[in-house]
Design a protein around this ligand. Structure first.
Ligand SMILES: Cc1ncc(COP(=O)(O)O)c(C=O)c1O
Length: 432
């Protein structure tokens, strides 16, 4: 969906430079065909291939009302992790029964919201939350359908900021007998709780399936222990997301089926050998659905060469629209969208315009010759960019544009300076 024709980079059938001219820069651009094709791939190779399976889109990767509509149309569930994400989902008319509500520190207000909205599943992250939720559901005369998020004690091979399956994690319930079993027993006995099963998510940007398989084994042992101890059949197992994507040359992403087939195969055989009913399996990828479907367009500004050191090319965005390089040294590739067919024979460092030396988008990247005013496209920025945007230095957030064939739609409007001060309040004694 991103192609070079002549001198230009195209997003579907529209020139990137035309999008930049029409909507301004920086600009997040999302290809609808690419997004839908990633969703269809999961449908064809997982949802239609196996019985009793469901897929959710992890909305933390990129959540806008239009994205919610696409995800719903494609038949997916939606993973949300906060009151704000839940509110957005409802705002976009997403069916609440297909919501999976996560979060390691859900407030009473968020839990109440989930009960009031009638969300399909709440993934309970800790024992305190279980007791709070049970009390609130009982008071409301409701039954909360829950899964326990467990930390299976598996260390994923990824940056430690995005590894979550190891025991020492802020997410989930550790599998110590004295912690997990009393929680399970309580959930089974509570009239206000419908205990469906377990959830794990071991990390993000993974290229091998071994940790998913290992976590599945741990989950099956737990499912067996629950059956042996309480004669209780677990009905659902949510295996999270984490499937890696291509950011740079050398990344080796695998199709979703590489992960889901391995999970299903190991689960089917383990359940058979343990004499267990195979639970309904959920997956909830985010990055692999939207990551490569998005690019960011910037305009090149100040260009500064420090002899024998490097050339900095500053763009009109930076860590405010993409914090990932500064946060955990994420790597990206980029081209000059209006000179896309030229050889990449100049090495530059793309930096942003924030007051931080760490505001570097890409270090030492071979690129086409760049002049001020050129449009730079950074690839694979669909996930965890707009979702993590900030207002540092009071930079307004860019617009998000959806491209479908030869049509484009602003699905999130560019913020204005007025927006930036719209929540400011000046107390009377400070007024001029
Ligand atoms: C609980 C949970 N599910 C799913 C995801 C999605 O992960 P990814 O975007 O790597 O697929 C995350 C990411 O943090 C997560 O925490």
């Amino acid at each position: 969906m991103f192609e070079i024709k002549g001198h230009d980079l195209y997003v579907e059938q529209i020139k990137a430079v035309d999008l930049a001219a029409q909507y301004g820069t920086p600009l997040y651009v999302l290809s609808e065909s690419s997004l839908r094709s990633n969703l269809s791939d999961i449908k064809a190779n997982f949802m239609d291939k196996y019985e009793q399976v469901q897929a959710a889109y992890a909305s933390k990767a990129l959540l806008t009302s239009a994205v919610v509509r696409i995800v719903e149309q494609e038949g997916f569930h939606l993973d949300v992790v906060s009151g704000g994400e839940l509110y957005t989902a409802r705002h976009a008319s997403f069916p609440m029964a297909k919501i999976i509500f996560h979060g390691n520190n859900k407030s009473d207000e968020e839990l109440q919201m989930a009960l009031d909205y009638g969300v399909g599943r709440i993934v309970v992250d800790n024992v305190g939350e279980l007791h709070r939720l049970a009390a609130m559901a009982e008071k409301a005369g409701k039954t909360a359908k829950i899964l326990f998020r467990i930390t299976p004690g598996i260390k994923a091979g990824t940056h430690h900021y995005i590894a979550t399956g190891q025991k020492d994690s802020k997410f989930g319930i550790a599998l110590d007998e004295s912690i997990i079993f009393p929680a399970i027993e309580f959930a089974i006995q509570s009239k206000a709780i419908d205990f469906l099963g377990f959830h794990f998510h071991i990390g993000s940007q993974l290229f091998t399936n071994d940790t998913h398989i290992a976590a599945t084994k741990v989950a099956v042992s737990l499912i067996k222990a629950v059956k042996d101890r309480y004669q209780y059949e677990i009905r659902e197992l949510n295996t999270g997301g984490g499937y890696g994507i291509k950011y740079v040359e050398g990344d080796t992403p695998k199709p979703a089926a590489y992960f889901t087939d391995a999970i299903m195969e190991s689960l089917e055989s383990l359940c058979k050998s343990e004499g267990l009913l195979r639970p309904t399996v959920f997956i909830e990828p985010g990055r692999s659905i939207v990551g490569e479907a998005g690019i960011t367009l910037y305009k090149a500004g100040a260009i500064k060469t420090i002899p024998n050191i490097r050339t900095y090319v500053a763009v009109d965005g930076g860590m405010t629209d993409n914090i990932r390089p500064a946060l955990y040294q994420a790597k990206y590739e980029a081209i000059v969208a209006n000179r896309a067919d030229a050889p990449s024979d100049e090495t530059v460092t793309l930096c942003g315009k924030c007051c931080e030396s760490g505001d570097i988008l890409i270090e030492h990247i071979p690129m086409q010759h760049i002049e001020a005013g050129d449009i730079i496209a950074v690839f694979s920025t669909g996930a965890y960019t707009y979702a993590m945007a900030s207002h540092y230095n009071k930079h307004p957030n860019p617009a998000v544009v959806l491209v479908s064939g030869d049509q484009s739609y602003e699905i999130v409007k560019r913020e204005t300076y007025e927006d930036l001060v719209s929540k400011d309040v000046i107390p009377a004694h400070l007024k001029a």
